[in-house]
Design a protein around this ligand. Structure first.
Ligand SMILES: Nc1ncnc2c1ncn2[C@@H]1O[C@H](COP(=O)(O)OP(=O)(O)O)[C@@H](O)[C@H]1O
Ligand SMILES: [Mg+2]
Length: 212
């Protein structure tokens, strides 16, 4: 499967979720390739930080910052169980290319009134891509959810019925994600971060169920 984390908006968790979902699958012994399409290369930085810290390589991170991803995707996917595309916030052409490559497009969004709507431009491109590729499935992924926030649960309820709908698995606002990012780790490798690791595992499992 080729899954792409896409949103025009930066800071919504594309890189964080791409790396963590990839890591959860790699921990099950699957061969995973992460494609970093962001010119800032934060997935690549994470992977280099990991090497500096002497941590084992979990998956390869390829840098691909030109808009021919869709032409190269099947070659990249050939020996991999799954390819995870970390989307760009800067280039519509790259986002289009990722949408043409992917089986599943996931749009991370924070459950705030601003974020769902900031995804508008991404959703417009998705609808356009789906005209050419009706098999492209799309879902929101709610990230940075704050427990028991009334507004968050209202938005989650709206997004559950939205087209595209939101996944049932949600990721909470947790400091472990920031600490992990800085040290080239996954939350599952951080102390006292079991709840975050459980959420990631549930997300990775739900994504595989959808793609089946
Ligand atoms: N669930 C979360 N809880 C806490 N911090 C998060 C969470 N998801 C992302 N972050 C932090 O938010 C910032 C932006 O996330 P990032 O994955 O880089 O977004 P994007 O790739 O969409 O620009 C990073 O500092 C990251 O550590
Ligand atoms: Mg990013």
């Amino acid at each position: 499967m080729i899954v792409a984390f896409l949103n025009h908006k930066g800071g919504v968790g594309k890189t964080t979720l791409a790396l963590h979902v990839a890591g959860a699958w790699a921990a099950q012994g699957k061969r995973i390739v992460v494609v970093d399409t962001d010119s800032q290369g934060s997935a690549l930085d994470w992977s280099e930080q990991r090497t500096k810290e002497g941590l084992p390589r979990l998956f390869d991170v390829l840098e691909l910052v030109h808009d021919t991803l869709h032409a190269e995707a099947s070659e990249i996917a050939r020996d991999a169980h799954h390819v995870v595309i970390d989307g760009s916030s800067h280039s519509a052409a790259l986002m289009r290319s990722a949408m043409l490559a992917a089986d599943l497009a996931l749009v991370p969004a924070q459950p705030s009134p601003f974020d769902g709507w900031a995804a508008g431009e991404t959703l417009r491109l998705l609808q356009e891509a789906q005209r050419f590729r009706p098999q492209l499935t799309a879902r929101f992924v709610l990230n940075r959810c704050v427990a028991r926030s009334l507004i968050a649960s209202e938005i989650a309820a709206v997004l559950a019925k939205h087209d595209p709908p939101a996944l049932a698995a949600r990721i909470g606002q947790r400091v472990a994600f920031g600490d992990a990012a800085r040290t080239g780790r996954l939350v599952s490798e951080m102390p006292r971060s079991e709840p975050a690791a459980r959420e990631v595992a549930a997300l990775a499992a739900e994504i595989e169920r959808i793609a089946r």
